[in-house]
Design a protein around this ligand. Structure first.
Ligand SMILES: [Zn+2]
Length: 387
């Protein structure tokens, strides 16, 4: 996770709030009959249409489930939605492992829970038009993404780049389909369904990161969820994680007539978060970051070198160093704004810093660009190849 996203309030959070309200009512009053007029929040009665599947499911919950089942499910729902807690800590106050409740914990009611929560996500929250959106005044899931972007815009830019990788933008724009949100705690396979419609569990993410994430649990080290770990929570406040990362680059195959290969490594240190490196390790492992970054830089290197060759043509080594240095602090400076608005800016920065550090590479490049007739034992790719 390179940067945090600013959390915002939105009316579309009301769908989750309806369940919070309902379960709280049932816990406090133990009703034996379903009655939406007293058990649902007031906004639900503003229009005459109804969320039929939701009402039918909650009627079944109130009238057919026994008391202990109801209490267990309400407890699980309440705990599962303390999402920040699971990112913050691996154990409870007694030191026991803090497990996130899942639908599979309720074998007898697994189908009921899946049907209820997945339906609410698919047919109401993520649908382009839904009864729920009509009831709260025609806002939509897509508009929520715009709200988040606008909220970031004033201080940190337009939120165009995936916060998990920094190398892709979001695939979909609103007019082309559903907005680029996904569940940080996945709702599939009877897992974290309790937070399916909680906005705190819905995060902006690119397609590539989302695909990778779906196969690897973020808060557990194993697929059977026996060993907990920690991760960055996307809607955190505070300084962006990237400012505590130190990346280094090693050239494993110099570019000599063909594309070179580079390997990216990372270390980190956060002065006040003792678990920062655990969170960073989760990020690196789950999203396969170092391999993706190494591949990205290697693929882009010809282009970077070509651009640089044009800039330093006819210059001395010292002048070339000054040019690269200026480029790092201007065009590829990784400010919070640049990180959110330009894909790959971090990696471009890392590559140019490597160029400054690798004196033989830069002097070779200066030699190649300043004197076409110079004999070069390790000729770089001709800059005209990159255009
Ligand atoms: Zn991504």
């Amino acid at each position: 996770m390179l940067y945090f996203v600013k959390p915002i309030e939105s009316d579309i959070g009301k769908l989750h709030q309806l369940l919070v309200h309902f379960f709280q009512y049932v816990q406090d009053n133990s009703p034996s009959k379903f009655d939406k007029s007293s058990q649902f929040p007031e906004w639900y009665s503003y229009t005459s249409n109804s969320l039929q599947v939701l009402e039918k499911s909650l009627k079944e919950f109130v009238e057919d489930f026994d008391i202990s089942e109801k209490n267990d499910i309400i407890y699980a729902f309440t705990l599962a939605n303390k999402i920040e807690l699971f990112f913050e800590s691996m154990t409870d106050e007694q030191g026991n492992m803090l497990n996130i409740p899942i639908a599979k914990d309720f074998p007898k009611r697994e189908l009921f829970l899946n049907n209820l929560f997945l339906h609410l996500y698919k047919s109401q929250l993520s649908s382009k038009t839904s009864t729920f959106f009509e009831k709260i005044g025609d806002v939509s899931f897509g508009e929520y993404f715009t709200e988040i972007k606008n909220s970031e815009f004033s201080t940190k830019g337009s939120l165009l780049v995936c916060p998990f990788c920094g190398i892709h933008d979001y695939k979909l724009i609103e007019s082309e389909g559903r907005p680029p949100f996904d569940h940080i705690l996945p709702k599939g396979d009877s897992l974290f369904v309790f937070s399916s419609i909680n906005l705190k569990n819905l995060i902006p993410i690119c397609d590539a990161c989302n695909t990778i994430k779906d196969t690897r649990p973020l808060l557990y080290l194993d697929k059977s969820r026996k060993v907990r770990t920690l991760a960055f929570y996307p809607y955190s406040t505070g300084d962006d994680p990237y400012s505590f990362f130190v990346f280094s680059l090693t050239c494993t195959l110099p570019p000599a007539g063909v594309q070179g290969q580079w390997t990216v490594n990372m270390s980190c240190n956060h002065p006040s978060d003792p678990n920062f490196s655990t969170r960073a390790t989760t990020w690196l492992n789950v999203f396969n970051i170092l391999s993706r970054y190494s591949e990205y830089i290697s693929n882009k290197s010809n282009y970077y070198i070509g651009q640089l060759s044009k800039k330093i043509k006819g210059q001395t080594l010292q002048q070339a160093e000054d040019i690269v240095d200026g480029y790092i602090s201007n065009e590829c400076n990784i400010t919070p704004f640049a990180l959110r608005n330009a894909t790959g800016i971090l990696l471009e920065n890392i590559f140019h810093k490597w160029i400054l550090q690798d004196q033989s590479f830069l002097s070779n490049l200066v030699l190649t660009t300043s004197s076409p007739l110079a004999t070069n034992p390790n000729p770089l790719i001709n800059s005209t190849d990159y255009d």
